[in-house]
Design a binder for this molecule. Structure first.
Ligand code: DQA
Length: 150
């Protein structure tokens, strides 16, 4: 089973940006944690971060026929991007939305998530462990569907 992990804009600044919301660990720490969990689960993950909406759309499209699931933190694009929503709908790959903080309890404009309607689940406000929870949800969903490649 192969899972694509996508992180959106400013998540390359983890460890520096707003530690009161996002903690002090870095993106490298997050990706290392996900690779270790993937090894434990006997699956593979590919991690990709971009500050560019189109690059994230390209990556979702390229996952068609290749990834069994997508774990995505669209970051600020959560609240603005119809393009990411449409990309996930286009490829029809089971997708879980994850957020380190809980955007629903913050600014009013963070309460809207465009991508949510195309996702099988949302995990929010649980810090880095939320990514592991999201990965687990995907693995169970893909296994239950019997559609994984391996
Ligand atoms: C975020 C929440 C978003 O509102 C914000 O724009 C981010 C990070 C989170 O992980 O908590 O960049 O997605």
């Amino acid at each position: 089973m192969h899972i694509l992990v996508l992180n959106g804009p400013n998540l390359n600044m983890l460890g520096i940006r707003e530690p009161e919301h996002y903690g002090t660990q870095t993106l490298a720490d997050l990706e290392q944690m996900l690779h270790a969990e993937a090894d434990r689960l006997g699956i593979t993950v590919e991690c990709f971060q971009s500050n560019h909406e189109g690059a994230l759309v390209d990556k979702i499209q390229a996952a068609y026929g290749r990834a069994d699931g997508i774990l995505i933190n669209p970051a600020a694009y959560t609240h603005t991007s119809v393009a990411l929503l449409d990309a996930v709908k286009a490829v029809s790959i089971p997708t879980v939305e994850v957020h380190i903080s809980d955007p629903d309890t913050r600014d009013e404009f963070r309460k809207v998530s465009y991508i949510r309607q195309a996702c099988i689940a949302t995990v929010k406000g649980k810090g880095f462990p939320g990514y592991l929870e999201g990965l687990g949800i995907l693995v169970r969903a893909v296994t239950a569907s019997g559609k994984n490649a391996e």
